[in-house]
Design a protein around this ligand. Structure first.
Ligand code: TMP
Ligand code: ASP
Length: 327
């Protein structure tokens, strides 16, 4: 690995080759001064009682935040951006940010809102697990390391204003728009782009729109599509192994600037907030559709996903080693 790092540092030509670049990427993330903290802290899940009640009207009690800020003085941080479900703070060194997962849930362009205790913790843990696995297989991401139960250290990237949706099974807006019954297997995975603009309700756009209006270059579109399909293949298998069907998901990408190099990396999060996840046997929804469709039981569903992936410790030491195979 040391050889790879030195090779990557001193032979920047290698970096122009996407394959090599992607392969050395996990090493690059380990090169940071934080590398001494690299071993991932294992969290217990101490507030089960709090998670059992899904509240829709109040902020999470600050007693939970005792779990969240044990290694950062939040009052001194500069807030860089606040979105619907996450806050970005300035990171400990240039080029880094802290991504904080809130308990807020929104749907339909934030016309529907709630605060769901424990959602942020679960999404942080699930997303951290997935991004770590993706880094390991050479998919470049903004993720550096976990900080605490709600926060992760990430690389600062320039978000490309296009949401990329990959679909394997008909559901949601595809079913509505094209009249295809929910649950119909698609003949192949379908990629769609949506322009990130709340005022316009994130309209679906074509590659022509994206390049004509300069939101991304043709090369960046190619990179996003190739990465989205690799992510889809990986996640489909990961979830299938734990008895979950990956129906569809949305991802966002960013431009990572390194010297005179720019490359496209996976950003934002991958969690049940931005995926459709159905139990393989019962078709039970284990994702944010439970909130969108007023089904209730959102935290329990997210907990189930976390438990199956092996990231929910909750007094179950045997489950700490990763996903549990469902046969
Ligand atoms: P859709 O069927 O509503 O277009 O959603 C497709 C996927 O994208 C689904 O997994 C949910 C996710 N998604 C988001 O993450 N954010 C959004 O704002 C929307 C509309 C969908
Ligand atoms: N991004 C949507 C919103 O604007 C939420 C969703 O449907 O996922 O609130």
């Amino acid at each position: 690995m040391a050889k790879l790092l030195i090779f990557g540092c001193f032979f920047p030509g290698v970096r122009r080759n996407k394959g090599s670049l992607y392969r050395i990427w996990p090493c690059v993330t380990l090169r940071t001064p934080e590398s001494r903290f690299r071993s991932r802290p294992r969290f217990s899940f101490p507030h089960r009682a709090a998670l059992e009640s899904v509240r829709s009207d109040t902020q999470a009690p600050e007693s939970l935040s005792g779990l969240t800020d044990w290694n950062h003085d939040m009052s001194r941080r500069r807030r860089v951006y606040e979105g619907k479900a996450k806050v970005l703070y300035e990171g400990p060194e240039p080029g880094t940010l802290i991504q904080h997962f809130k308990d807020d849930a929104t749907a339909f362009d934030a016309t529907k809102r709630a605060t769901i205790e424990g959602k942020g913790v679960l999404n942080n843990r699930i997303s951290e697990f997935i991004f770590t696995r993706l880094n390991e297989i050479g998919v470049p991401t903004h993720f550096i390391r976990s900080l605490n139960m709600r926060e992760q250290l990430i690389r600062e990237v320039e978000i490309i204003p296009c949401e990329v949706v990959v679909r394997n099974v008909a559901a949601g807006s595809l079913s509505k728009r094209l009249g295809i019954e929910e649950g119909t297997m698609l003949p192949r995975s379908i990629i769609e782009f949506y322009y990130k603009n709340d005022e316009l309700h994130d309209p679906m756009v074509s590659e022509e729109h994206i390049t004509a209006f300069g939101w991304a270059t043709p090369q960046e579109i190619d990179d996003m599509m190739a990465l989205a399909l690799r992510i889809n293949d990986f996640l489909t298998g990961l979830f299938l192994g734990v008895g979950i069907r990956l129906v569809d998901f949305k991802v966002e990408f960013g431009r990572l600037y390194e010297g005179d190099m720019v490359r496209v990396v996976l950003a934002d999060e991958i969690s049940p907030d931005c995926c459709r996840l159905w139990d393989i046997r019962t078709n039970d929804k284990l994702d944010k559709d439970r909130f969108r469709r007023d089904m209730g039981g959102l935290v329990e569903a997210y907990q189930e996903v976390a438990r199956r992936l092996g990231v929910l410790v909750e007094n179950e030491p045997k489950r700490r080693g990763g996903p549990t195979l469902v046969k």
